[in-house]
Design a protein around this ligand. Structure first.
Ligand SMILES: Cc1cc2nc3c(=O)[nH]c(=O)nc-3n(C[C@H](O)[C@H](O)[C@H](O)COP(=O)(O)OP(=O)(O)OC[C@H]3O[C@@H](n4cnc5c(N)ncnc54)[C@H](O)[C@@H]3O)c2cc1C
Ligand code: SF4
Ligand code: SF4
Length: 431
């Protein structure tokens, strides 16, 4: 890898990072977009449809990924990890590691022949472990770049992929390479993770097979999903009753996640509507403390779900256990009626909250707020600013938000970063 000199380095290739990179590149700035996974797209490319319009997520995200890859001012760096950052008089110098794909990106055509030959099958992280992929594979059908990556930890070195690859792209001798990026400004777009599925032990996540996380449900519902239908991971049965447990990883002092994650009510309502379409006979119940539909058109969306027959029950779920047939049994306090009931479902989805992705903040020495997301320097500051001049933040690295707000903050971060670069260019010209 050659060293790079750019105006802006964007860290993270989810929707916020991609939009910020495009907005800066369209203004003529040289941008490096650094993503640690083998493909850009972030969480959004794994989703089924988006609330409140129910547009296909892949149809919106894929053109954006392609625009990033083909933009003449964007240097796309996937499967790379930032190792260290130093401040220089003229910006920042980053040491970056290119992790080995064991596939030459300049030769690989994405034909997937290696994948079809490979005998090793592994649970696919893209499908949240529900589907399978091979030890060598193109990460998913619309991955950018469309290049294979080989998982050396699980490879049995049978050599079948190397033999079948007409392009001669498989290269077992590849090693990690370190290179340097100099950038005037940094934009952190490192996104979010879900609160762990097993965070509340009493809900049985990771122990009970038919208690799943909401990104798994997104994969069941996505047209590109592993099965093309909704089923129980425990036995493959089509569920006829499904419960959602709201605030399963938010507004909870015991987890240290005291804030509202903002999107969980909306994604639960969305999924309930999509399931109603996919499984018209299924009963869907959403247990909630409060329903928060904060955005434009979101309240109407909620009302539409009620009209479709989704049952909304105000109640606090205390625990989930399993009966003899692996059916989750939900124990819930009906807060309006003041009584506790137990009800059996085929499948339970825990509406988990958003926590920040770990890593980038530590290397960049950015102070965090009480919620552990990157802190803004002062209450009245631009929320895209951080405590370190020249480093900006966008999307869910700032705090929980939906796609619309992620895109809006990407626009404002691009504007703040471009003003910073221009100011800096003026100073350098006069120096
Ligand atoms: C189940 C579920 C359903 C949802 N449905 C909807 C919906 O229908 N409509 C809607 O508006 N919103 C929805 N959302 C919210 C939506 O997913 C987020 O708003 C959006 O994906 C945030 O994008 P982002 O770019 O901030 O973060 P992410 O998508 O998390 O992207 C961050 C990227 O940064 C990369 N990264 C992280 N750390 C580093 C690092 N150190 N170095 C390099 N790269 C790094 C990650 O690999 C990732 O690619 C849903 C969320 C969930 C959980
Ligand atoms: S490594 Fe070779 S066989 Fe595999 S996708 Fe790339 S070109 Fe095709
Ligand atoms: S060498 Fe490894 S990656 Fe290639 S086909 Fe064999 S097991 Fe799969």
């Amino acid at each position: 890898m050659e060293n790079l000199h750019v105006d802006a380095l964007v860290l993270g290739g989810g929707i916020a990072g991609m939009q910020a990179a495009l907005d800066l590149a369209d203004q003529g700035f040289q941008v490096a977009l650094l993503e640690r996974e083998p493909s850009i797209g972030g969480k959004m490319i794994t989703l089924s449809k988006v609330f409140p319009t129910l547009d296909c997520c892949s149809c919106i995200t894929t053109p954006k990924m392609s625009a990033v890859a083909h933009h003449p001012n964007i240097h796309l760096l996937t499967y790379c990890e930032m190792q260290s950052v130093a401040e220089t008089g003229s910006g920042f110098r980053l040491a970056v590691v290119q992790k080995p794909r064991y596939v030459d990106v300049n030769k690989c055509t994405g034909c997937r022949k290696c994948e079809y030959e490979c005998p090793v099958t592994l649970p696919s992280p893209f499908d949240r472990g529900l589907g399978a992929y091979r030890a060598i594979r193109v990460p998913f059908s619309t991955a950018v770049p469309q290049t294979a990556v080989l998982d050396i930890e699980n490879c049995i070195l049978c050599g079948k992929c190397e033999k079948v690859c007409a392009a001669g792209a498989v290269d077992f001798t590849q090693r990690a390479e370190t290179f340097e990026i100099q950038a005037t400004t940094l934009v952190v777009a490192s996104g979010f993770e879900l609160t762990p599925l097993n965070a509340k032990k009493e809900y049985g996540g990771e122990t009970l097979q038919n208690v799943i996380d909401p990104l798994m449900m997104e994969r069941f519902l996505a047209p590109t999903g592993p099965y093309g239908r909704v089923l129980r991971p425990g036995d493959g049965k089509e569920p006829t009753s499904i419960a959602y447990v709201q605030c399963a990883g938010s507004r909870d002092q015991t987890l240290g996640v005291e804030y509202c994650s903002r999107v969980c009510c909306m994604y639960a309502i969305k999924q309930a509507m999509l399931i109603s379409g996919a499984l018209p006979m299924a009963d869907i119940t959403i247990y909630y403390m409060d329903i928060r539909t904060f955005g434009k058109g979101y309240e109407q969306f909620y009302q539409n779900a009620q009209a479709m027959g989704v049952e909304f029950v105000r109640g606090k779920v205390a625990a989930i256990r399993e009966d003899d047939e692996q059916n989750p049994v939900v124990k819930v306090e009906l807060t309006e009626e003041g009584r506790i009931i137990e009800r059996t479902f085929d499948l339970v989805v825990l509406s988990l909250g958003m926590v920040p992705t770990a890593g980038a903040d530590g290397i960049l020495s950015l102070p965090l707020g009480e919620d552990k997301f990157i802190a803004i320097p002062a209450p009245n500051a631009n929320p895209c600013e951080t405590a370190r001049p020249g480093i900006f933040v966008t999307g869910t690295a700032m705090g929980p938000m939906d796609i619309v707000d992620s895109i809006i903050t990407a626009g404002s971060v691009a504007s703040a970063a471009s003003a910073y670069i221009r100011e800096h260019q003026k100073e350098t010209a006069y120096a």
